[in-house]
Design a protein around this ligand. Structure first.
Ligand code: 3PG
Length: 212
């Protein structure tokens, strides 16, 4: 499990913000990814929420090799296997199940399980996962929740997501137990619909300038 944590640290070492891509068609995926990378964000999460997600991961891996492409919203072991077969560099799950954690250990794929309670964090930690997603962060208490968790669990590090945006991201990033934040604010559906790629690049550039 040490190996999985190390791989996660290698991927997330130089970035603070992971943009979420939820793709309604395949044509735009490469141009969106390019805009994000041009803006300075090179760790991207493709949410498995549309029919195009797995194909998009495969195509982005080939077309944008300078970026890490992960799969998000992975809720079943079938999705987990599909994401691994699509060559995803890492996996985010919104919650934890024994099956998903075992699949992650077995495949040795960098996996960041999602938790929303202390018990779930302890459960994931028991399996050896100490890099966790906090979801849905703002609804759970956000900054205050993470500050409270640090006392008893200083070894756990979190990627909060769900309600994180440009205005509150720096506050999250200033916490000792936050290793990055993730969210959809860099790729707003409206901008994607209007194909405003330069504007997405500007949001990415603004996000990549965020520091702890
Ligand atoms: C996720 O899957 O990580 C969240 O749905 C992202 O939440 P946001 O849309 O509030 O950024």
């Amino acid at each position: 499990m040490e190996i999985i944590s190390n791989k996660i640290d290698d991927i997330f070492n130089n970035i603070n913000v992971v943009p979420l891509l939820s793709l309604d068609n395949l044509d735009d995926s490469i141009v969106i990814a390019r805009a994000l990378v041009n803006g300075g964000l090179n760790v991207l999460e493709v949410a498995l929420r549309t029919n195009y997600s797995l194909q998009a991961i495969k195509e982005l891996k080939a077309a944008v090799p300078e970026a890490y492409i992960g799969a998000g919203t992975v809720t079943t072991t079938a999705q987990f296997d599909n994401a691994v077969n699509a060559n995803a560099d890492f996996i985010f799950t919104p919650g934890v199940t024994e099956e998903l954690l075992k699949a992650a250990i077995q495949s040795n794929t960098p996996t960041i399980p999602g938790i929303s309670t202390i018990s779930e964090a302890m459960y994931a930690d028991d399996f050896g996962f100490n890099r966790l997603k906090l979801f849905p962060a703002e609804a759970l208490g956000g900054i205050d929740f993470l500050k409270a968790v640090y006392g008893p669990f200083p070894g756990l590090k979190f990627c909060p997501t769900g309600g994180v945006n440009f205005d509150n991201a720096s506050q999250y990033l200033s916490l000792k137990n936050v290793f990055c934040v993730a969210g959809s604010w860099v790729t707003p559906k409206e901008l994607v619909k209007l194909k405003k790629w330069k504007e997405i690049e500007r949001l990415a550039s603004e996000a990549s300038s965020l520091h702890s």
